[in-house]
Design a protein around this ligand. Sequence first.
Ligand code: SF4
Length: 49
Amino acid sequence: MEVRCYVDSCTYWGNNICQAEAIEVNSEDAEKTPQRSDHTMCNTFKPRE
Ligand code: SF4
């Protein structure tokens, strides 16, 4: 699956396509059920060095 991503500060970012083999996405707050996309987050994010 192709994942479009605009987080260019991530190690796995490449021309708006995620280059990771797989990603993990979690709820922003484990206590709440996400209702909007900004209630979710990519756990695979790793800052560029
Ligand atoms: S790992 Fe997550 S934040 Fe990083 S490029 Fe892929 S989708 Fe974007």
